[in-house]
Design a protein around this ligand. Structure first.
Ligand code: HEM
Length: 470
């Protein structure tokens, strides 16, 4: 795709353009390297894209009403896609992200109360405490200091989900998971056999994925915690793990088994930190390119917080901060692709979709579709002012998906992203290191391929210097 901006707008980082003519082998390699690089300008404009990989057809649906049909109105006819399950199940087991049918419904009912606004409000002090710890580390560095902000955000969100889930037992777990997630994303990529739905047992023989063992150490620690908690259920803190162990299905059916709790824990751990950290990394990148937006954000922070640490109650007043995050997830949606598979044949936008076909919905394409977004390549948080947002089709913006399988952690993630942004932006400005390459890379999530190397500038020191100079 081209990176066109208006005359004043900076050109934003984009994936490499697709090659004009590629063999099946080349396009598969490109897809494994960076799933976003397969799309040219025409794909952003299209309502539906039909592709063929040997005998299998793939439909990319890129029109709000049709997306509503698949994700909501006719959701009962669509399961998660086989390819997605193959990518996630070896690590996550059968947690909420990968389960289907009655098992999924029961787990969603059991887990919903742990993610409602009251519960999220309870996690807010953890979110700001972890951010303050990060700032204390930054404060101790000599200026100007350069750091990989993508790694710092990952570390912070990992600590937050870990403390929310395991309370005091968390730090030990963080150490084991950090490298595991990296290895997993870099190892588990879709191959031809997955895309063709060749049976899993055969795929594993012909092209085994070296995922075995990546999470062994993590599993052992979680198992130990579960056993300890199972032995003394009354003495436990009220963290997410305690809630999962104690949770009962409101429609009968009892508690989850140990294996079910393990799979949910791993799922929430993985789904619950990486995406939010990507959203924040891209937000810092975008703010660094747009000083006027950054100034407006600083003004809001000064007016609402005046230098103090934000609390959950402040979120309603930090409207611009939230718009900045929303616009960042429009341009760089952490979950760039959502996959489905119809159980029975369906018709979408005049196309017959056979049972079992690969149906993809790509926020990456949808959020930059020119007929839905004016100057789609420009970073403009004001698009998310209530009035302008209400004028758009509801299904034009879906960073958290939609319908019954909408992200259960959306409120958690937005609260976390706004609190982290507000806490850090009051104290630091982050500048992209000159010459640092930035490339959006579509793996399981949308990552900055080479990290996000940035220079930390202390805001208070700067304003003191300005005053002294004056
Ligand atoms: C900016 C951050 C996040 C983004 C962009 C995001 C995005 C998504 C999307 C698009 C889906 C739907 C996938 C589909 O329909 O196939 C999803 C599902 C899910 N997310 Fe998130 N997510 C984020 C943060 C979180 C957090 C913080 C948690 C947990 C603490 C979480 C847990 C989950 C779970 C468990 C599911 C599966 C829900 C179900 O199928 O019932 N996510 N997420």
């Amino acid at each position: 795709m081209s990176a066109i901006g208006s005359s004043k707008a900076p050109i934003l980082a984009a994936p490499p353009r697709p090659q004009a003519r590629t063999s099946l082998r080349q396009s598969l390699r490109a897809m494994r390297e960076n799933a976003l690089a397969a799309h040219d300008e025409e794909n952003f404009k299209a309502d539906i894209i039909v592709q063929r990989i040997l005998w299998r057809r793939m439909f990319i649906i890129n029109e709000p009403n049709a997306i509503r049909h698949v994700l909501l109105d006719n959701a009962a006819n669509y399961t998660k896609s086989e390819v997605g399950r193959r990518l996630l199940e070896p690590g996550l087991g059968r947690g909420l992200l990968t389960s289907e049918g009655e098992t999924w419904r029961r787990h969603r009912r059991i887990m919903a109360p742990s993610f409602d606004p009251r519960s999220v409000a309870g996690y807010a002090p953890i979110m700001t405490a972890v951010t303050e710890e990060l700032l204390a580390q930054w404060d101790a560095l000599s200026e100007p200091h350069e750091t990989d902000v993508a790694a710092a955000m990952m570390h912070a969100t990992l600590h937050i989900i870990s403390r929310a889930m395991f309370s005091s037992d968390s730090d030990e777990i963080v150490d084991t998971v950090e490298s595991g997630v990296n290895t997993y994303q870099n190892t588990v990529r879709p191959g031809l056999l997955d895309l063709l739905h060749v049976p899993l047992w055969l795929t594993r023989i012909i092209a085994p994925q070296p995922t075995h063992g990546i999470f062994d150490e993590f599993d052992k620690k979680v198992d130990r915690l579960l056993t300890e908690r199972g032995c003394k259920p009354d003495a436990e803190p009220k963290d997410l793990l305690a809630r999962l162990i104690a949770a009962r299905d409101s429609e009968g059916g009892g508690a989850m088994t140990a294996q079910e709790v393990r799979d949910q824990v791993v799922t929430i751990f993985m789904a619950g930190h990486e995406t939010t950290s990507q959203a924040l990394s891209w937000t810092w990148y975008l703010l660094a390119q747009h000083p006027a937006v950054e100034r407006k954000l600083h003004d809001e922070l000064a007016a609402v917080l005046g230098g103090r640490t934000p609390r959950y109650d402040d979120i309603g007043n930090l409207r611009y901060a939230r718009m900045v995050i929303e616009e960042s997830m429009r341009l760089y949606p952490p979950a760039h692709t959502i996959g489905r598979q119809p159980v029975a044949a369906d018709e979408v936008l005049g196309h017959r979709i056979p049972a079992g076909a690969e149906v993809l919905i790509m926020p990456w394409l949808l959020h930059r579709k020119p007929s839905l977004w004016e100057n789609p390549e420009c970073f403009e948080p004001e698009r998310f002012e209530a009035e302008r947002a209400a004028a758009r089709p509801r299904f034009a913006y879906i960073p958290f998906g939609a319908g019954p399988r909408i992200c259960i952690g959306a409120a958690f993630a937005l609260t976390e992203a706004v609190l982290i942004l507000a806490t850090i932006a009051q104290r630091y400005r982050l500048r992209l290191k000159p010459g640092h390459p930035v490339e959006p890379q579509g793996l399981i999530t949308l990552r900055p391929r080479y990290g996000m190397q940035m220079i930390l500038e202390h805001r208070q020191v700067r304003s003191r210097q300005v005053r002294r100079m004056g």
